[in-house]
Write a protein that binds this ligand. Structure first.
Ligand SMILES: *[C@@H]1O[C@H](CO)[C@@H](O)[C@H](O)[C@H]1NC(C)=O
Ligand SMILES: *[C@@H]1O[C@H](CO)[C@@H](O)[C@H](O)[C@H]1NC(C)=O
Ligand SMILES: *[C@@H]1O[C@H](CO)[C@@H](O)[C@H](O)[C@H]1NC(C)=O
Ligand SMILES: *[C@@H]1O[C@H](CO)[C@@H](O)[C@H](O)[C@H]1NC(C)=O
Length: 267
């Protein structure tokens, strides 16, 4: 678990440099919380200033505008994206398992380079360290920063179709003991998807997502909107695959910016 030890040290360094005094306060949070904000103030963050101005000009479906002036949470995700091989020899995105960490204390201008730095640590981790190893160990090691997991679930609107939807799930961490479990998760669907700006063959697409609506209600109240950006890795190999070959897991390190929802920063 050298990778996790290094990640843990990295977080502590960041927090020492930023002199964040509030970390201890967060772990002493009340037994039942109805609301939970980021570790550091995000009211100066503006995703529109961060996105390249030509982000929506290289194909795909345009990213949407943020639904709130400032994000309610900014997350580092570390894990794998899964691919299966279709009968026609092309890779098909089939879920992911990623561990989620609060990086609101890292200034907006430093988040991309921090994320790339973590992706280099993750790339250097032993080949047999899986996304699930990370999930199992980091909740204990990094409890001040660990938020929960990102994975994919059967589409609640068509459970038998084989279609999957992304889930952000904070219910497993000891950190947020929320009264209403619906405030601690979100099942989403894509509203926009564009190629990653610098290395689209290697880095997963940048995406906007909205809550999936099931029986007239959003499936989870964690956020009203999610951006996926600052992606490092995650795309499948560019060559064709052999139909019937086993699922592959591609390492991926990226950011989610969440807007609105139950965890919005009090303004
Ligand atoms: C964010 O930046 C964009 C682009 O400069 C600007 O139009 C917008 O007003 C800013 N939003 C906030 C909430 O400051
Ligand atoms: C392979 O099959 C999938 C699913 O039917 C389809 O979406 C994709 O366009 C196909 N790719 C090629 C190169 O034929
Ligand atoms: C993706 O890969 C992980 C192993 O790294 C596995 O646990 C998970 O079930 C896979 N499938 C989906 C749909 O996420
Ligand atoms: C991973 O590989 C290393 C060395 O090759 C080995 O010592 C270790 O037990 C393996 N871990 C797992 C979880 O398989």
């Amino acid at each position: 678990m050298h990778f996790l030890a290094n990640l843990f040290r990295t977080f502590h360094l960041v927090f020492l440099v930023l002199n964040v005094a509030s970390v201890a306060g967060i772990t002493k949070a009340a037994a039942v919380q109805t609301h939970f904000g980021p570790m550091c103030d995000l009211s100066n963050d503006n995703v529109s200033l961060w996105l390249p101005s030509d982000i929506n000009t290289r194909g795909g479906r345009p990213l949407l505008e943020p639904t709130a002036p400032h994000p309610s949470l900014v997350i580092l995700a570390v894990g794998v994206q899964n691919y299966t091989c279709l009968d026609n020899g092309t890779y098909f995105s089939f879920g992911a398992i990623m561990e989620l960490f609060d990086i609101s204390c890292i200034p907006q201008s430093a988040r991309a380079s921090f994320t790339t730095f973590v992706s280099e640590l993750w790339a250097a981790a032993p080949a047999n360290t899986t996304g699930w190893d990370l999930v199992g160990a980091s909740g204990v090691l990094l409890h001040s920063f660990a938020l929960g997991q990102h994975y994919w679930v059967a589409d609640p609107l068509a459970p038998a179709s084989g279609a999957l939807n992304p889930m952000w799930d904070f219910r497993s961490t000891s950190l947020p003991r929320v009264a209403d479990p619906q405030t601690a998760y979100l099942v989403g669907y894509r509203t926009g998807i564009v190629p990653a700006p610098t290395d689209p063959a290697r880095d997963a697409e940048w995406v906007t997502l909205a809550p999936l609506v099931v029986d007239g209600q959003p499936d989870g109240l964690l956020a009203d909107q999610v951006f996926r950006l600052n992606t490092n890795g995650g795309m499948p190999p560019t060559n064709s695959c052999v139909p019937g070959s086993p699922e592959i897991h591609v390492k991926s390190t990226l950011n989610f910016w969440m807007y609105g929802g139950a965890w919005a920063t009090p303004s």
